[in-house]
Structure formats: C-alpha cells, structure tokens
Design a protein around this ligand. Sequence first.
Ligand code: ADP
Ligand code: MG
Length: 514
Amino acid sequence: MESSPLLVLHGITKSFPGVIANEDVDLEVYASEVHALVGENGAGKSTLMKILYGFYRADAGEIRLNDQPIQIRSPHDARRFRIGMVFQEFVQIPALSVAENIALFLPHLPPVPNMRRLVRRIEEISKRYSLEVNPTLPVWRLSVGERQKVEVLKLLLADAQILIFDEPTRSLAPHEVEGLFRVFAKLRADGYAVIFITHKLQEVLACADRITVMRRGRVVGTMARAEATEGRLVSLMFGTAVAEPGSRRGDRLPAGVRPLLELRHVTTRAEGQGMGLQGVTLTLLPGEILGVAGVSGNGQRELGDVVLGLERCSSGTKFLWGEDATPWSVAKIRASGVAFIPEDALSMAAVAGLSVLENMALGEVGRYARQGGLSMDWDAVGADLERALQRLGFAIPARDAPLRTLSGGNIQRMIVAREMARDPRLIVAFYPTRGLDVRSALAVRELLLASRDAGAGVLLISEDLNELFALSDRLVVLFRGQIVGASMPHEITIEEVGYLMTGSGKGDEHDART
Ligand code: ADP
Ligand code: MG
C-alpha cells in the first residue's frame, strides 16, 4: 500500500431536515485497496458516498484527491475526477444491448459510436476483470449479477479509478458474491481503489483490506483487516448501549393460549430484489409483542405482506385466530381485526392527493358508506379521527388539507391513528417509528404497549435494536428469508442479535443447509 492516500475526506458534515446524516466524517482511501464501509441502516454510508459522487453537497468539510482539494458539485464532476459509483438500483434500458447501455454512459463517444470497436473493448475488459457478459445481449436477458457487471464495465470504460459499490451483494446469490470479490481482487491488483458498502461482516472480513465503521452519522472506527474481528465490528456497529428495560411480559406469557397468528413453514416466491420467505414458522399470542429483527431486505416486507394477505404463500400455512387463513383476501383479513402500520405511510397506506379525512375513511369505506355506498358519512369519519388522535395525544391541524402537504411525521401519525381507531386484535407494525420525532415515536410505542396490555398481539418489524429490545416480549431474527434465532430479549444481547442479523453465528448453519 502506498504511503499517502489517494483520496481524503475530512470533516464531512451533512444534515437533512431533522437528521444529521454525516457528522465530522474523516475517511482515507488508498490506491490498490478494497475499503469496506460498514454500519447499520441509517448510519450514513450512502450519504457519504453520494457526497463523494457529487449527488449531495456537504454542509462542511473537504475532499482531497492526490493531496489537492477538489470540488465535486455533480456526478459529472465526480466522473471527471475518475470517481464512479455502482448504485443499488441500476439505471439501464432493458431493451438496449449491453454495449448500447454502456455507450449511453460514456461521455466522449461520437454521436454515432463505432459499436464494433466498443464491443471489442468491452470484451477485453470483461476478460481481464472476470466481468464476463455478452455485450450484444439485450439487458433484459441478464441476471441481476450480470447487470451489476455491466455497471462495473461502464465505470472501467469511463476510466474511473475509485469505484464505489453501495451494497452490491444485497441481491446477489452466494456464488455471485464470490465472483464479485474476485473482481475486487483484480481491480486492487491493478491499482484501483474500491469502496464497498455492506452490512455483512463475513463479506467484509473476506474481501476488505481496511474497514471503516459508521454509526449514527459518525465514523466510530477504522482498522486494517488484520486488526478486525467480528466481535469488534459488531460492537462498533451497534454500540454497547444497554437496551432500555421496557415493560415487557417476558416469561409471564400464559401457557396454552391459542395464538392469534401462526405461520407454519411459510415460503414465498423470491422476486426482484426480495428473497422471499424460506420456511418461516412463528406464532404470536394475545398480549404479546413479537419483535422481528433483521437488516431490511431479508424477508421483512414479505413477512408483513403474507400476514396481511398481500402476498400468497407458495407453500406452508397461515392461521389467524385459529382458522386456516392462507387463502383469505386482504379485505377479509383486515375486517377480521388486523391493522397495519407501514414503514412508508405515504406510499403504502395513504393517498397523497386525498385529504386527511378522506385518507381516514380509506381503510373503512364499508363502515362509513351511506345510502348503499352513494355517499359517505364524513361526520362519522371526522369523529373517529378526532377520537383516535385524542387517544394518541396527536394534533393534526388541517384535516381537509391534502395529505401531501403534511410532514412525514404527521402522515405517519395519521396512519397510526386510522389503524388504531379500528381496535385491532393484531397489529403488524412495520418500522412504525421511523421518521417520527421523539415525542411522536414515544406516543406510538406507548400505544403499542397499551394495545398489547389490552390483549392485542403486535408483530413489530424493525431494524432499531434498542426499540426492539425495549418493546418486545419475544424476539426473532430474520436473515435471508429464514428465522435464524429466537429468544427472550433478556436472554440475548444486542451484540448477539447483531451477529445474527449480519449473517454470522447461527446464520451459517442455515446457509450450510441450503
Ligand atoms: P445508510 O446508507 O448507512 O443506510 P443513509 O446515508 O442512507 O444511511 O442515511 C443516513 C440518514 O440520513 C438516515 O437517517 C436517513 O433517513 C437520512 N437521509 C438519507 N438521505 C436522505 C434524504 N435525501 N433526505 C432526508 N433524509 C435522508
Ligand atoms: Mg445506504
């Protein structure tokens, strides 16, 4: 490794409304190294890399390349400085060939590029870096792994020397991951700098030369591979914070009670970015909060969707209230007493153009319809909304305003109010406090606890381990669509859950079996 870094980020700070995504971040990247950037979701990794790629401007701090200060105001600038980024979502045109997609990305190509020459160049570089993909195939024919190779080819052909990969292994099969690491090794040998974002510690230990850990917007450690252990990385990633004790029931759960919800060996189809559920078995009892920990993308969405009837089980059985509910429609499931508090309320459970009041009525059209559906009882809707908001201690000023004019926190409150107004017996809460200010988040948590105490069951899906430890009576961990751990919160540490979430520990046994 060279003695002076190729790239230095110094004192980088970046705020978004209500959150400091990066706080006084320092990072050094050398030529001929694979530098892993790890941290929980929300730690600030993508923001830092988007600053480096000119997507965002930092509020403060400087970037130096070869010891010269540089200004990166746009991705165009970044590419001029030979910095390239492979995003989680590729921008490719499915109907065009690999070569045509690459041609579109290359800045200095003549209006009518010599495709035959380009195809030859692609073939050369593909071969050299193990990025085999047929340049003449249309992109829609390619697998996710192959499309990722196209992205790397684009950057190499555009002469990038610093290559940023934002969670490139997220949707890759294990053998494709190994292939990608071989690509990294070749790039390193040829003097490239690779910055590799991931959650998975085994991957870090398998391929990185140096590792930087971020937590809550800050760099909390940088070390050489030789100094890194899983234990050290986990405690840096998740902190050693002791969870709040909460008011859980834990062992006092009554025995022999009929579960509200039971999944038996439920498997769903893997599609797109999702990996589906792989034989998930779990039960939720009345008066219980079951916490589901996991890095998002490991089957959480599918789990929620299966319970709500939005996704079918390709095998396995789902019971609600002791009945086989596998074939039930969404409407039937909701009418039977299941409520849903989604992660992104605006896109998943609400309509931006409708007013607060109209959104309130959405989940319950049948209940408010009058004259056989010809009109709506808006007074009843308003009264229910009022009642629900009061119970939650929320104030929403303009109930006739279109929802899109509300802040994210207010939209989330509105959805929580709507769902809780139905006095549900089972609540699927999907990252329920994400985006809420502290006071609203507390109110939502108290509400979940109160519902639990009143006998409802809560399936609490979250990445926030402190929240999960504080609220859950029992915890399970989802990794790659499987449950890789189950425990009472007081019998397991945050670090142990962190291990399971990142594919260490018990996760291995499951991988080995598949
Ligand atoms: P990571 O990539 O480590 O998961 P991010 O950099 O995406 O983390 O996010 C860091 C924090 O900044 C999070 O709290 C996230 O919600 C917030 N954030 C990221 N991008 C934006 C944005 N465009 N607007 C508002 N907040 C954002
Ligand atoms: Mg990210």
